[in-house]
Design a protein around this ligand. Structure first.
Ligand code: 2P0
Length: 333
């Protein structure tokens, strides 16, 4: 009753910010993302009648560190997710979970998408549940919304739906469809003060929310067309528009939420300069100050070099489009 899964983080081209049902994690809008090859979580889950309680460990390269009280919230979310999986199987067996991220803790890359996708797939296999990709995506969504997008391969669309059964992600294109890059310019590695779950609870207090939601269907169509035609300029226009609108919503919420720093703005300005100079690159930013630079594979080296030369950029992580969550044979314990 032991299984291990690996799942990628993903970067959203059309963002998820705000829920129409907090408990079911039903989003206010559909979103589109790309799975990331160099930012993933590996998770081993074992269920046994012999375990008196659930134990959750985060593996680092040299040791296993049990979650401390600081991470109590994450631990409770993980146990609630194990409860969901147990209920499906009709068992009360406790679990041992060991999880490890490919990216350093606090690299500023959200780990809830890759984390809950890997946990879902590993737990389903360990319990020998027979579930489809769609059902895995729905289950992952209940753990963390964006995790549903880390289940299918490559370029992925999360259909908002209007019930738990209709809100799930599916692949638009496999990873090999378009040789894109997401070059993450890390400017801050400390954990964010306001997490996405609590941050987006106030989305409805922004006067700009309705305007953004009204624009989403048109943007979804534009991203789909840009992906189909592999048009980096069209893709860049729409993803920057949606990213800046999401941050306008965040900044006009009550209380306001500002994730952008001087370093973030400096990189945005640099991207605009590079583009004026003829480079095909655009930016997108999640709930944190780090900037994701989206470009085609042929421009990876020049853009990575330029980004690493900006003062304040501590680290560069280069990602290609990746497969979704999958079972692997090598266990963490
Ligand atoms: C996204 N984010 O679409 C957006 C962009 C953050 C900014 O999905 O409450 O951690 O667990 O469903 O999945 C982060 O949201 O929130 C997120 P929950 P989640 O990638």
């Amino acid at each position: 009753m032991k299984a291990t899964a690996i799942a990628p983080a993903n970067i959203a081209f059309i963002k998820y910010w705000g829920k129409k049902d907090e408990a079911l994690r039903l989003p206010l809008n559909s979103s589109i993302s790309m799975n990331l090859s160099n930012a993933y979580t590996t998770t081993t889950v074992e269920f046994s009648k012999a375990f008196p309680q659930d134990t959750i460990n985060v593996a680092s390269d040299t040791s296993f560190t049990t979650f401390t009280h600081v991470l109590k919230n994450s631990e409770l979310r993980i146990i609630a997710h194990l409860d969901r999986m147990r209920k499906l199987k009709g068992t009360d067996m406790r679990a041992r979970v060991v999880t490890k991220n490919s990216f350093p803790a606090g690299a500023g890359i959200a780990s809830s998408a890759s984390g809950f996708a890997a946990l879902t797939v590993a737990a389903a296999a360990a319990l020998d549940l027979s579930v489809s990709e769609k059902e895995l995506s729905i289950l992952a969504r209940l753990g963390s919304g964006s995790a549903c997008r880390s289940i299918p391969d490559g370029f992925v669309m999360w259909e908002e739906g209007n019930s738990s059964e209709t809100s799930y992600a599916h692949s638009l294109y496999p990873p090999g469809h378009w040789d894109l890059r997401d070059i993450v310019a890390v400017v801050q590695s400390k954990p964010k003060e306001v997490g996405s779950t609590s941050g987006m609870e106030a989305a409805r207090t922004s006067p700009f929310l309705e305007a953004r939601l009204a624009a989403i269907p048109g943007r979804i169509a534009r991203v789909k067309k840009a992906l189909e035609q592999k048009d980096i300029h069209a893709l860049g226009n729409v993803i920057e528009e949606d990213c800046l609108d999401m941050h306008a919503v965040m900044q006009s919420q009550k209380p306001p939420l500002n994730y952008l720093t001087d370093e973030t703005r400096e990189i945005i300005n640099a991207v605009r300069r590079w583009r004026s100079g003829g480079l095909a690159v655009c930016f997108t930013i999640d709930a944190g100050p780090n900037v994701h630079l989206i470009c085609e594979g042929k421009d990876e080296q020049v853009i990575s070099k330029k980004a690493s030369e900006i003062s304040g950029v501590q680290q560069i992580i280069v990602n290609k489009p990746a497969r979704g969550a999958r079972i692997v044979t090598e266990h963490l314990f």
